[in-house]
Design a protein around this ligand. Structure first.
Ligand code: GLU
Ligand code: ZN
Length: 286
């Protein structure tokens, strides 16, 4: 069944920036009459934080953001990613890269050294060829997007040298599932989308509709994230948190209890109210 999705990495509890994205993705799905699925992007095992999943689930529930269907985990779908990799292999789109980090330092575009290494090599990353792929799509917030992968990133990694499938492959397979029709996420991820669309196209998977919303910045102009020590959301302040996020999303929330407010917000949701630019949010003012 067609759905939207929210895909946090369980690297820490929800902070104001991730709550804002979760709320926007929830409202967008509800406004479209779609279920809202929850998927943990947990392939980067060393970055996963014990207990983060259950804290995220608890925070979403406390804020009235109830997901539909079972919680999914990328770590439970490795067979799908392996099948996708084998399909790309059969289509002669993959090669094994043994370039050291040092050899690639200073070249943002992969220079193609290992393109001839089609057969598996120990201790190698696996890259997908981009050839002359040009990717175009309409983002519902950011407008028409165009990327020539050969001029921006070059052949990119879909399985890391240390083992895990890369974010680009796993996310392309999951969001390329015909049931996922809407992907709303932060603008910081926009640069990844052409790579994911390229993988979907090579695999013959249908692309969802994308909306990349502005991210919240701290007072120093950095994205609120785990790295910038964004404060964990306080679940007891659920109503105040949701009201703050709604205002940042261009809505003027009336005085209502949490569940009624969320209903109201789904009915008043419009992507047109969201600007394209990142905006500052100082939690000490809320
Ligand atoms: N799990 C990643 C993140 O939280 C990607 C999310 C996405 O593709 O929506 O940044
Ligand atoms: Zn290489």
């Amino acid at each position: 069944m067609a759905a939207g999705r929210f895909a946090p990495s369980p690297t820490g509890p929800l902070h104001i920036g991730s709550l804002y994205t979760a709320l926007a993705s929830f409202l967008d799905a509800r406004a479209e009459g779609l279920p809202w699925r929850l998927r943990f992007d947990d392939l980067d095992a060393p970055r996963n934080q014990p207990g983060a999943e259950s804290r995220i689930l608890r925070s979403l529930e406390a804020h009235g953001l109830h997901w539909d269907g079972p919680v999914e985990r990328q770590s439970e779908r490795l067979d799908l990613y392996q099948a996708a990799l084998e399909k790309l292999q059969r289509r002669a789109k993959l090669f094994h890269c043994t370039c050291s980090r040092k050899a690639l330092a200073g070249s943002p575009i992969y220079p193609g050294h290992c393109r001839g290494q089609i057969a598996p090599v120990p201790n190698a990353a696996i890259r997908v060829r981009v050839d002359d792929a040009a990717v175009e799509f309409i983002d519902l917030v950011q407008g028409r997007q165009h990327a020539r992968l050969g001029a921006t990133v070059g052949d990119f990694i879909i399985k890391r040298r240390d083992g895990p499938f890369a974010y680009q492959l796993a996310t392309a397979v999951d969001d390329g599932n015909p049931n996922i029709v809407r992907v709303l996420r932060g603008r910081d991820l926009l640069a990844n989308t052409p790579r994911q669309l390229h993988v979907m196209a090579l695999l013959g998977l249908p692309a969802p509709t994308y909306a990349h919303i502005p991210v919240l910045l701290n007072t120093a102009g950095q994205k609120w994230s785990k790295q910038t020590e964004a404060p964990t959301v306080n679940d007891h302040k659920h109503l105040a948190n949701i009201r703050a996020c709604l205002m940042l999303l261009g809505l003027q929330p009336p005085d209502l209890d949490l569940d009624t407010l969320i209903e109201w917000a789904s009915a008043h949701w419009s992507l047109d109210r969201i600007g394209k630019r990142n905006q500052a949010f100082d939690p000490s003012l809320s």
